[in-house]
Design a protein around this ligand. Structure first.
Ligand SMILES: C[S@@+](CC[C@H](N)C(=O)[O-])C[C@H]1O[C@@H](n2cnc3c(N)ncnc32)[C@H](O)[C@@H]1O
Length: 429
């Protein structure tokens, strides 16, 4: 996702790495500067890899639900014998996808004043009495009526049938981003806000099952918690859970004393009734974050807007963590794969490591004869439309760009990070 502000797309946690005594990988970088059409010929960013596997590639083309989870979900659906399941799944999918944000009280007030003025302009004295009623009627007609979903036993089951695979895939992509860039990161604890069916736990177990020993699932719906527990136990109410160390809570613990290595909220901020409510939750989640806060929402305008608010809240430091003063930074932006369109933001604690400030590709890469169009979001937040050719940028960079996709990072450095150069070509795009 493109952003015009803040230190976007910074890679690693310097403090975190040093704390674990992990040697910084030295990778030379190619250079892509508007007007400076050269590749760093000393660059070793590829190491022994082929261009097709350059280190900025983060696509996760195929994600498969664990078979035990599929079996458990199918068993529960068979047992439930709910009527018209397919229709209900489609209806819920459409509803969630087309959902807007709740209208805030200030916005409602603003619209009421505007309507009142408009009606007053056309009203005579005998119409004045009707004014109030008309304003209310017009407000009702023109304002989006957001409704809270109550995840009963039935709706939880429909949600599972509709969203288990998509939720799992989106969150897996976010986890993959961290794992691919920080293979040394081995989280031990995870908290999932609005855990629903538990897809985050399953995805985390698939990614970091070796190190994770505690998964805290928080959901206000008792029916959802029960369903998630059943899924972990193969679809039954008894037996050993497939993933050990999973705990369920109905309320979000607010104390900042206990932090989790990874904190996730997937498709749950959009379930909260107001901005004030979301602000409270994001602040609490950030306080509980030891290393990464991962927020995922639908790839819609509403989903994107929610995440930008959350990002700004953390980056602007409005949220104060009394026990953890380390600032936050954006670890990863959005990715919208074809199959599951979602928005995500990964915020991390610490300071970003300089060496890996590679720009992110923010639109589909356009491959044309002998040149490639890449839209990049650079580490300083600026957007750049680069036209990369082998002749101007060198074969390495050209081939890397050709095999990259939307959401990947391009292994280049941007002007502010280069030593000053006496002569610069004019911008090429
Ligand atoms: C759309 S579901 C998302 C479930 C899951 N995270 C996923 O990715 O599939 C949203 C969940 O948030 C829960 N929820 C809504 N408001 C909540 C709150 N204030 N505290 C905790 N959970 C909440 C709902 O009960 C529901 O299970």
């Amino acid at each position: 996702m493109a952003t015009a502000r803040g230190p976007a797309y910074l890679l690693t946690l310097g403090r975190w790495r040093r704390g674990l005594g992990i040697a910084t990988q030295s990778r030379a970088l190619a250079a892509l500067v508007p007007g400076v059409s050269q590749v760093d010929n000393k660059s070793d960013f590829l190491g022994k890899r082929s261009h097709r596997r350059h280190p900025g590639i983060l696509q996760l083309s195929h994600v498969r639900l664990p078979q035990v989870l599929v079996d458990a979900a199918q068993l529960l659906l068979l047992e439930s014998s709910m009527p018209n399941m397919e229709k209900q799944v489609q209806a819920l999918t459409n509803y969630l996808w087309s959902r807007h944000l709740p209208v805030e009280p200030e916005e409602l007030q603003r619209r009421a004043v505007h309507l009142e003025k408009k009606f007053l302009e056309n009203a005579d004295s005998c119409q004045m009495e009707k004014l109030c009623g008309e304003v209310l009627h017009a407000l009702r007609r023109t304002t989006y009526h957001w409704q809270e979903l109550s995840y009963s036993e039935g709706l939880s089951l429909v949600y599972m049938a509709a969203r288990l695979d998509g939720g799992f895939a989106a969150v897996s992509r976010a986890f993959h981003e961290i794992q691919a860039r920080l293979p040394e990161f081995q989280p031990q604890t995870l908290m999932d806000f609005g855990s629903g069916t538990g897809s985050v736990t399953w995805a985390a177990h698939s990614t970091w099952g070796q190190s994770l020993r505690e998964y805290m699932c928080v959901d206000s719906s008792a029916a959802m918690l029960e369903l998630a527990e059943k899924l972990l136990k193969g679809g039954s109410g008894s037996g050993m859970p497939y993933v050990p160390g999973v705990f369920f809570r109905q309320f979000l613990p607010v104390s900042p004393k206990v932090q989790f290595d990874v904190v996730v909220s997937a498709f749950s901020l959009s379930e909260l009734p107001s901005k004030a409510n979301r602000t409270d939750v994001v602040q609490t989640l950030w306080r509980k974050t030891g290393h990464f806060l991962i927020l995922v929402e639908n790839g819609t305008k509403a989903g994107h807007s929610l995440l930008m608010d959350a990002r700004d809240l953390v980056l602007n430091g409005k949220e104060k963590s009394p026990l953890d003063p380390r600032p936050g930074f954006v670890f990863a932006p959005n990715k919208k794969p074809k199959e599951e369109k979602f928005s995500m933001v990964i915020l991390a604690r610490g300071s970003p490591e300089e060496a890996n400030r590679w720009p992110r590709i923010t639109q589909p890469v356009l491959k044309r004869p002998r040149h490639v169009h890449c839209h990049l979001c650079c580490p300083d937040g600026h957007m750049q439309h680069a036209v990369i050719t082998a002749r101007r940028h060198g074969r390495d960079l050209y081939r890397c760009a050709r095999v990259s996709s939307w959401g990947d990072r391009l292994p280049v450095i941007t002007p502010s990070e280069l030593p000053p150069s006496p002569a610069q070509d004019p911008p090429e795009s």
